[in-house]
Design a protein around this ligand. Structure first.
Ligand code: ADP
Ligand code: MG
Length: 404
């Protein structure tokens, strides 16, 4: 039997043994069950539990080769993920699974099982729009983002962290899939719904003013080492139930503009709204859910700004940065980035090859074509108007106008 002193890709039987011999989570004679529950296309996620009392642990193992395509992807991402999970656990207690053990040899992170929470994307699809989400996700973002910036951290410590969290291969995925290809299909990977080809050409491939704005957002993503961010904070990385939420899967983490995280959250909420608006017109339950989503989006934007301001007042001490005009400049630019990246996220998930369920599940072209056009228009408007929109309501009204 292989021990765990050298990397190999584990199967469920290996993981059961690993949970006893390495993690000491179960007694050697304890009967356990193990299933692989990963639904992503990158890594392997195992859940192991005791048949006697049900106590459980999650083991997430990264491979050198991508699970879906077999393409190589830097394994260092796993070290980044374990490390930022620990840091987020300190900065925002209770919002991420507790890390029990990080095993560099096996590229495996063992952590708390948060199966009591459901994938937020699926919760929203089922019309479960928990009213606490805006409060909690805005707290998570304000608590984890601002304290990692140069406004708060010692400059030398911050630079060490920038180095540790440099994540070039995963950033490259975002730079390509999110911030290039939807506007310039140079790898031919976009997937355009038949009937929308000329719409996409005209609105995304040939709009030079849009290209200029996306160029700014792209370079900002690559150069603005502002905050340690999650990097992939879409609604499938957020797990929620009636009581609260947990944030998972920060393997794309790096030092970048914090608006990228905020924008990912906000952008993804619009998909649920769009899906309900186009697939369930006239359904009162859908309308109620849409109203709740609109509130959730507006509140998430407003509360995030508010909480960043509070954190700022609490944590920033350098007199130059405490000048009111500087603080306004800083937070205005963070919120403008947020709307811009909400826009790029909406567009890439609509025309790129990594679509969200809310889009790909719509099979009737009579719904899908206009839904995609509305989303692309929203994305473009968010990008182009990101400096002038100033509140959550502004963003929500933008979509209402597009849908009207
Ligand atoms: P990937 O990096 O491959 O996308 P994720 O971290 O997103 O992997 O995990 C894939 C799935 O595994 C999640 O969507 C979730 O269903 C499950 N999962 C991951 N971590 C946990 C956890 N700590 N507790 C419960 N379920 C988890
Ligand atoms: Mg994932």
């Amino acid at each position: 039997m292989r021990d765990f002193s050298e990397f190999f890709l584990m199967n469920t039987e290996d993981v059961k043994r690993y949970a006893v011999e390495v993690l000491h989570r179960f007694k050697p004679d304890e009967e356990t069950d193990c299933v692989e529950i990963g639904d992503g296309n990158i890594n392997y996620v195992f859940k192991i539990w005791s048949k006697a009392d049900g106590h459980s642990v999650i083991v997430k193992q990264a491979d050198r080769l991508l699970r879906s395509s077999g393409r190589p992807l830097d394994i260092y991402r796993n070290k980044i993920e374990a490390s930022i999970l620990r840091l987020e656990g300190e900065l925002a207690p209770g919002y991420v699974p507790e890390v029990y053990y990080y095993d560099e040899t096996m590229s495996a992170t063992s952590m708390e099982d948060v199966s009591a929470y459901g994938n937020l994307r699926k919760e929203l699809a089922a019309d479960r729009i928990y009213p606490h989400i805006s409060e909690n996700i805005s707290s998570f973002m304000a608590d984890t983002l601002l304290p990692t910036t140069d406004l708060v951290l010692d400059a030398e410590e911050k630079k060490k962290r920038v180095k540790f969290y440099t994540n070039p291969e995963l950033c490259k995925i975002t730079e390509d899939l999110v911030l290039t290809e939807p506007y310039y299909n140079y790898k031919n990977r976009n997937i355009i719904t038949p009937g929308n080809e000329s719409f996409v050409r005209e609105h995304l491939y040939e709009d030079e003013a849009l290209h200029a704005e996306v160029g700014k957002l792209r370079l900002n993503f690559m150069n603005n080492a502002q905050a340690l961010m999650h990097g992939d904070l879409h609604s499938g990385s957020i797990f929620a139930n009636a009581d609260g939420l947990k944030v998972l899967d920060p393997e794309f983490a790096f030092y970048g503009p914090m608006g990228y995280d905020i924008g990912n959250v906000i952008g993804n909420l619009f998909f649920s709204w769009a899906n309900k608006a186009f697939t369930r017109p006239g359904d009162p339950a859908a309308q109620e859910a849409i109203d709740a989503l609109a509130r959730l989006i507006a509140e998430t934007y407003d509360l995030t700004r508010e909480k960043l301001e509070q954190k700022y007042d609490e944590l920033v001490s350098l007199p130059l940065y405490r000048a009111a005009a500087f603080k306004k400049f800083y937070l205005d630019s963070v919120m403008a980035d947020s709307l811009g990246y909400a826009g790029t996220e909406i567009i890439r998930r609509t025309v790129g090859d990594s679509k969200v369920m809310e889009v790909s599940s719509v099979s009737d072209p009579a719904q899908r074509i206009p839904m995609e056009r509305a989303l692309v228009k929203l994305g473009i408007a968010l990008i182009k108007q990101r400096e002038t929109l100033r509140s959550g309501r502004d963003a929500v009204e933008l979509f209402r106008l597009i849908l009207a």
